[in-house]
Write a new protein. Sequence first.
Length: 86
Amino acid sequence: MLRAFCFAVGIFVALWGTTFLMVDQMTFAWKVEPVVERDPSFRGFYVTMNERQQRVFNPPQWMAFCLMSVGSVTMLYSLVLPKKSS
């Protein structure tokens, strides 16, 4: 069970990395209500607002490679986990 879970998580993370490699920016469909200005933190660093008040996410190039490598290592780790003996 743990082996299958780790493999599935690895595939999920690696596919998100592949998606970020092919995408320049993502525009979310919902509109955001204007809020009081706040200090930009790490979570809001790559998210900007366009002229229609929609959030735009610009993933950096290193994020795609980082996600693909973490997913690959997780999948390899799931293959070396010991099998459950009955």
